[in-house]
Ligand binder design. Structure first.
Ligand code: SAM
Length: 328
């Protein structure tokens, strides 16, 4: 029988609110290019919209990740030293994790720890996975590394960690920060632990752009929700009608960028932060980056960050890779 799902207590709401407030003020005061950290896209509304994005025909990433795990989960798990506990960074609704947990549960009882800053994502993850036979689930409402530290403290002697970072969420970091993040994960791991890393691969620009700017406008709503969230939680007065969702492909950096472009000159006040700023007509707020990779560079990235590649699987329909790295 699966155990009753639990969520480890979150950061106190007041602390989380003041961190949100200061990150917003810093980002909107940024000289040159205004920015908002992409992690704030995922409140309850944002997480629900992201789940819809994953259903869109234009957003091939999610289905590619699903196909790979459906086909290769057993092969992946065969290469993971056991016994293993599973930690998932930014689990979201955990839909595609099912195949991995089922494959692992065929050889052992599984402790699965999804880590996500979105409580509603964790809730959906629990609905999705907590009833799996031989699987116990405890969710951590934490930032990636804080959560991983806590999971690492729970491991028993002789147990290995299998860390999942799916959905190409690594692509939200710029390349240097991605390396730094993989090193920080490696510092928490022990030799013989593994990391399954998903990365979206380079593909023609039109295919990429429509994946982040779908005709029904779901990704536009997801992007604009960050402003709505500031209004709801921080007393902002953003007028969403005065912004448009913009997607750019930066060829040199090989990344999609999502921005919110101000249609007019406007003043914005964020009451609870005691902050006011101005946006020129055409000025943008940069909300998310999604870097694209080639398969060899993913292997090299892992190797220079302290891992050895133990396998790589690539989807034939939508170029997308899942790479298994062994902490070397
Ligand atoms: C792109 S979604 C991917 C979800 C899922 N892994 C998938 O493959 O569909 C990113 C997830 O990471 C979470 N997230 C974003 N930044 C985070 C952070 N700094 N710490 C923990 N979770 C974070 C979001 O709430 C969201 O659920």
């Amino acid at each position: 029988m699966a155990s009753v799902p639990r969520i480890a207590t979150a950061t106190p709401a007041i602390e989380a609110l003041s961190e949100f407030s200061s990150d917003v003020v810093i980002g909107l005061s940024h000289p040159g290019q205004k920015e908002l950290p992409s992690k704030y896209l995922y409140d309850q509304v944002g997480s629900a919209l992201f789940d819809v994005i994953c259903l869109l025909p234009e957003y091939g990433l999610s289905r590619a990740g699903m196909r790979l795990l459906e086909r290769h989960a057993v092969d992946v798990i065969d290469r993971v030293p056991g016994p293993a506990v599973v930690a998932e960074l930014g689990s979201g609704s955990g839909q595609k994790t099912r195949w991995l947990l089922e494959a692992l549960a065929r050889r052992q009882r599984v402790n699965y720890y999804p880590i996500d800053i979105s409580s509603s994502a964790l809730f959906r993850c629990q609905l999705e996975l907590a009833q799996l036979e031989m699987v116990s689930l405890v969710g951590f409402e934490r930032a990636y590394l804080d959560g991983l530290h806590e999971v690492a403290l729970r491991r028993r002697d002789g147990e290995h960690l299998l860390v999942l970072f799916l959905g190409s969420t690594i692509g939200n970091f710029d390349r240097a920060a991605g390396d730094q993040f993989l090193r920080e994960v490696r510092a928490i791991l022990q030799e013989g632990d593994t990391l399954l890393l998903a990365t979206d691969l380079e593909k023609p620009e039109p295919m990429l752009k429509v994946a982040y700017d779908d005709p029904p406008g779901v990704t536009a709503a997801f992007n604009k929700n960050i402003l709505a969230r500031i209004n709801r939680e921080l007393g902002g007065d953003f007028d969403l009608e005065k912004f448009e969702h913009i997607v750019r492909y930066d060829q040199a950096e090989r990344r999609i960028e999502m921005h919110l472009r101000s249609k007019v000159w406007q003043r914005v006040t964020i009451r609870k932060a005691g902050f006011r700023c101005y946006l020129r007509e055409g000025e943008t707020i940069w909300t998310e980056s999604s870097h694209k990779y080639n398969p060899e560079e993913v292997v090299q990235m892992g190797e220079r960050c302290g891992y050895r590649c133990a396998g790589q699987w690539i989807d034939a329909e939508w170029p997308f890779a899942q790479s298994l790295f062994l902490a070397a």
